[in-house]
Write a protein that binds this ligand. Sequence first.
Ligand SMILES: NC(=O)c1ccc[n+]([C@@H]2O[C@H](COP(=O)([O-])OP(=O)(O)OC[C@H]3O[C@@H](n4cnc5c(N)ncnc54)[C@H](OP(=O)(O)O)[C@@H]3O)[C@@H](O)[C@H]2O)c1
Length: 367
Amino acid sequence: MSGRIVLFGATGYTGDLTARALVARGVRPVLAARNRERLDALAAELGGLETRVADVAAPETLSGLVERGDVLVSTVGPFMRLGAPAVEAAIAAGAHYLDSTGEGPFIRAVFERYGPAAEAAGSGLVTAFGYDWVPGNLAAALALREAGEPATSVDIGYFVSGSAGAGTASGGTRASVLGLLLAPGYAFRDGRLVTEPAAKRLRGFDVGGRRAEGVTVASSEAFTLARLHPGLRDVNVYLGWAGSLSRALQVVSAGTSLLGRVPGARGAVGAILRPLAPGSTGGPDAEARSHVGSVIVAEAFDAGGTRLAAVKLSGVNPYDFTAAVLAWGAHAAADGGLQGAGALGPVDAFGLEALVRGCAEAGIARV
Ligand SMILES: NC(=O)c1ccc[n+]([C@@H]2O[C@H](COP(=O)([O-])OP(=O)(O)OC[C@H]3O[C@@H](n4cnc5c(N)ncnc54)[C@H](OP(=O)(O)O)[C@@H]3O)[C@@H](O)[C@H]2O)c1
């Protein structure tokens, strides 16, 4: 392996899982986080790993964290609030960067604001490289390849299998979802990116013989898929793990998007709701995770609405997948397997065949 892997946020719920997934691959990452004591305890437990104290509240502590050829993996979120210093540090060093965000506005900033500077610096930025939104990118790329040139739109649905319920999301995920409901969303419509609220559309999918609904959400697929399939006009990504809450989510989101037009209202609603999603409260343990799996579907259509291809993936718990696929991606990038520079999608970064293998290694594959 030529470059070092530096994992920023190692002491958080997803960071800890990712550190263990890297070590399980035989990698010795440098662990970075803001709390020296917890960092040292984790580094000792994982076999005496190198550590660095870094805090986004003091961005100078991130300078020198990585060098050209290194890979910075960030699990420090919510990303809309805390994510920028890590991307900036990677670009300043000309290092590659992967993160665990699922937050649309942050993804949009990576593609629109940071991408050009990263390209000039020779840095590859692979944002949202977890359950949100890697398997949908993969399923859609496979469906579009099968459908061929006539395909002009793709629908993607993210679902969970098993007993999803209270306690199946980490504190960090709850904090990020709260931020998302309060932020303007976007979608790829009629060949371009447009701003639209989360949960604007709702549709049902056949998921393993049962009907499951999802609501639209801003994700990385809106930026990445048209690069692979230039005739693509519409990309709809549906979040289905809210189950019967999907319709309620539509109402909440419509309400918060209306509120968003009132000056100061988003901040006020955020202040009221924030105690419900304090972040850094840990997440489901291995036993709880083992009861919840992943199901992702992608359907490609022609301009007349005829379905041309359908792909279904399934596998492990979203958190286990996130940690394992981040570890796979970082390992591949440190070994020279990341193609190109600038803001990249999962398929442009690693190539379709490598991504199929990486996702399968991380526990999600086509069924
Ligand atoms: N894409 C996906 O499918 C997926 C899956 C899992 C998680 N996520 C996202 O990943 C992020 C982390 O989730 P999580 O469950 O691991 O949350 P978490 O346990 O709250 O972890 C957040 C991390 O950020 C660190 N942090 C907070 N403020 C910081 C600061 N000022 N400087 C440096 N580090 C700071 C925390 O440090 P301390 O340890 O010191 O508190 C912690 O390590 C969230 O945004 C979540 O939505 C996405």
